[in-house]
Design a protein around this ligand. Structure first.
Ligand SMILES: C[C@@](CO)(OP(=O)(O)O)[C@H](O)COP(=O)(O)OP(=O)(O)OC[C@H]1O[C@@H](n2ccc(N)nc2=O)[C@H](O)[C@@H]1O
Ligand SMILES: Nc1ncnc2c1ncn2[C@@H]1O[C@H](COP(=O)(O)OP(=O)(O)O)[C@@H](O)[C@H]1O
Length: 282
């Protein structure tokens, strides 16, 4: 049954990221811009006769009970009391710990898909509340539109930046988000920017110097990419990317870098393919 299959969970890029303060609980207050790309995990569901949530495709290094897909489905069961079970199959294509938000996107897709398929009728606001408990990046994937984000990333304002072709390099390392947030030399007091500053190209990523220092492979990827375009870091990395207006140019740059790096060409998207999949149900 195709409505249970091929639910997309796209990657995001952080087009800028500033750290503008800290909450009393130590969490950092950010300003960031999220845009999706057409590079995605894919999720498939199968109903069960009991009320268990089972992951048929566990990820290396992630106990199934900790997997964000399983946690998302169980959060829906707890919230609504629904007594339905599901087997989840995850085609994992996005690198983990790469700053592409794959785990958060998987969680958002489970929330949106099961809310619809189980007929739970939860509002978007209710889904966003469940989502942010699973991770700060989950809400933007639920909303499914490119956004300027504040707070820890949950206060979202839609934006429509250009949708270029990106060359994304995947360095062979995972960045420990908590360690980078905890680095002594991290800038934590950037002056708040405005959306117009971002649109004028004035904002970078405050994590860049720290991640370059701690992860030589990220530093090398940025240097290689700089020979072809303007390199940027997504989130806390490890992935780095550069934008090109033409697909052909992006493909040529990717080909030049492929000997040394895992590389992916992807189109920027201001609307998530998850919204299109959901619309097909209606
Ligand atoms: C930096 C961003 C930008 O999109 O993404 P990634 O690079 O991870 O994709 C996100 O804000 C990542 O948010 P989230 O996905 O919730 O972070 P987690 O890995 O759960 O956080 C790990 C740890 O980092 C610290 N942390 C995280 C977020 C935040 N705003 N302030 C923090 O201080 C906390 O110590 C937290 O326990
Ligand atoms: N379904 C999932 N996909 C990816 N990572 C997951 C998932 N569930 C839990 N995780 C955990 O979340 C961590 C961060 O994953 P991910 O979202 O891919 O990276 P990032 O936060 O850097 O963008 C992983 O290293 C893994 O331990």
């Amino acid at each position: 049954m195709t409505e249970l299959e091929n639910w997309p969970a796209p990657a995001k890029l952080n087009l800028m990221l500033r750290i503008v303060g800290r909450r009393p609980d130590g969490y950092h207050l950010l300003q960031t811009v999220f845009q999706f790309v057409d590079w995605a995990d894919s999720l498939h569901f199968r109903w069960r006769d009991d009320d268990q949530v089972v992951l048929a495709t566990p990820l290396p290094g992630v106990p199934p009970d900790r997997d964000l897909t399983v946690r998302a489905a169980r959060a829906l069961q707890r919230l609504t009391g629904v007594r339905r079970g599901v087997e989840i199959r995850l085609d994992k294509r996005l690198p983990m710990g790469g700053g592409l938000g794959g785990g958060s996107s998987d969680a958002a897709t489970v929330l949106v898909a099961l809310n619809a398929l189980w007929g739970l009728g939860l509002s978007e606001t209710a889904l966003l509340e469940v989502g942010v408990e699973l991770g700060a990046d989950v809400p933007v994937f639920i909303k499914g539109v490119a956004a300027w984000a504040e707070g820890v990333g949950e206060r979202l304002t839609p934006v429509e930046p250009p949708q270029p072709w990106y060359v994304i390099l995947v360095p062979p390392c995972e960045v420990a988000t908590a360690a980078v947030f905890g680095a002594e030399d991290l800038t934590r007091n950037s002056p708040p920017a405005k959306i117009s500053d971002f649109l004028a190209g004035l904002c970078g990523n405050d994590f860049l110097p720290v991640v370059r220092r701690l992860y030589p492979q990220v530093d090398a990827a940025l240097a290689d990419l700089a020979r072809h375009g303007q390199p940027r870091l997504t989130g806390t990395g490890a992935c780095v990317y550069a934008a090109f207006p033409e697909r052909d140019r992006a493909e040529a740059v990717a080909a030049a870098l492929a000997r040394r790096w895992r590389v992916q060409v992807a189109r920027g998207l201001n609307r998530s393919p998850l919204l299109d999949k959901l619309a097909q149900l209606r």
